[in-house]
Ligand binder design. Sequence first.
Ligand SMILES: Nc1ncnc2c1ncn2[C@@H]1O[C@H](COP(=O)(O)OP(=O)(O)OP(=O)(O)O)[C@@H](O)[C@H]1O
Ligand SMILES: [Mg+2]
Length: 264
Amino acid sequence: MVREIIKLERISKFYRMGDSRVDALRELSLTIHENDYMAIFGPSGSGKSTLLHMMGLLDVPSSGSVFVDGKDVSQLQENELARIRGKKVGFIFQVFNLVPSLTALENVALPMMIYDVPQREREKRAEDLLASLDMGDRLNHLPSELSGGQRQRVAIARSLANNPEVILADEPTGNLDSKTGEEVVDIFNDLHRKGKTLVVVTHDPDIARNTDEIVRIKDGQIVEHEISKEHSIRANGGMELVGGIKSRINEKLGVKTGMKQKVK
Ligand SMILES: Nc1ncnc2c1ncn2[C@@H]1O[C@H](COP(=O)(O)OP(=O)(O)OP(=O)(O)O)[C@@H](O)[C@H]1O
Ligand SMILES: [Mg+2]
């Protein structure tokens, strides 16, 4: 069986706005397994970013449970969540979110500080990560001295700083031209080949073509979950067992029933 890393079980998230209530997620269940490569699609306001924040323990659901490596983390305090988050997931955002006063190298080294990695080691690792993304000659540039694509590569390097299992990306190509966007897609494909688990919120058909799964959400619920056949077979240890594929898809779909499901 493929190991479950993050499991969301019937999570809901609502926000109170004065007298009214916004239901951003509604009893949504979704499991992320080791080495999954998943795209999340959906219209603006459908709950994609909220969903990503729940997966990455950046926010807590109003109801439902979040499991990381089989452990229910719903009741943990923020400091405990932060430690799990730092090791488990790396975030990439559409707007890069780099610290403007820090160089590329310092931005990438920053997340290692909460784990008390010695400075020399932090800098060496940050340098190696940036070099692996063709940024070795921009180590001492500030974000304002970099192009959009270069900033996103710094953000990708930063997300890898603590060698997390899972990369969560929210519209990572949204602010890039198509060629630079393609370079980011190539980097993601490469990370997937090297064993990383990736979940990417996107409007970019280029990304979706490369992923193994597409989850479509609307009004805070999953309305479709496509899993490519090759991926299902891989996930079942290379054996094309129809029952195995079905059970994997059912497992993927969690407790929710009655939705459209397709195998590409
Ligand atoms: N902090 C908040 N307070 C109140 N409402 C919120 C908050 N964050 C999100 N929402 C609402 O929750 C819903 C889902 O928001 P979310 O940001 O997850 O959408 P999205 O699918 O990421 O949209 P987009 O594609 O525009 O980024 C929206 O209706 C939004 O207005
Ligand atoms: Mg969003």
